[in-house]
Design a protein around this ligand. Structure first.
Ligand code: FE
Ligand code: FE
Ligand code: FE
Length: 162
């Protein structure tokens, strides 16, 4: 597609994040199953529920563009999740696997934070108020999730290193 204006760039990036979130709903349920720590399992399950809601918010954000909410494959998320799949296939001690799951999950959250950060800045510039509000809520949830994972990692990394 033609990429002449910031509106075009915004629409393209919105399609990308819609794909990213959809890919994540599948991955997070696998990660929740794979986690041994009950706290970590719950963190993944909770974020899965948030992610399902995030998909709806992204779909709502499309309203400002006047164009249809169609996902375009996010190759970066596909790559991050391919790495996550690969590490989940390893024969690791439960605590080490949990540490690996947190590492993979935080890479994902950071990617999402970067994407929503850009999208919020662009939405503001473009005067897309619905998008700004919906995407801002997603950004807040990704940031909170990232901090929560850092908190969980303290105990889990120590256990993995025992
Ligand atoms: Fe998300
Ligand atoms: Fe992407
Ligand atoms: Fe997330």
């Amino acid at each position: 597609m033609a990429m002449k204006t910031l509106e075009d760039a915004f629409y393209d990036e919105l399609r990308d994040v819609l794909s990213a979130e959809k890919q994540l709903t599948k991955a997070l349920s696998k990660m929740a199953k794979k986690a041994s720590s009950q706290e970590l399992k719950k963190a993944f399950q909770d974020h899965l529920q948030q992610t399902e809601k995030q998909v709806e918010r992204v779909e709502k954000a499309f309203e400002d563009t006047g164009k249809s909410a169609r996902a375009k494959k996010c190759e970066a998320m596909a790559g991050l999740l391919e790495e996550a799949e690969d590490l989940m296939s390893h024969d690791a001690d439960p605590e080490v696997m949990d540490a690996l799951l947190i590492a993979a999950a935080q890479k994902v959250e950071h990617y999402e934070i970067a994407t929503y950060g850009t999208l919020c800045t662009w939405a503001e510039l473009l005067g897309y108020r619905t998008a700004k509000s919906e995407l801002g809520q997603n950004l807040d949830e990704e940031e909170t999730t990232d901090k929560n994972l850092t908190q969980l990692s303290k105990k889990i990394n120590t256990a993995a290193n025992a």
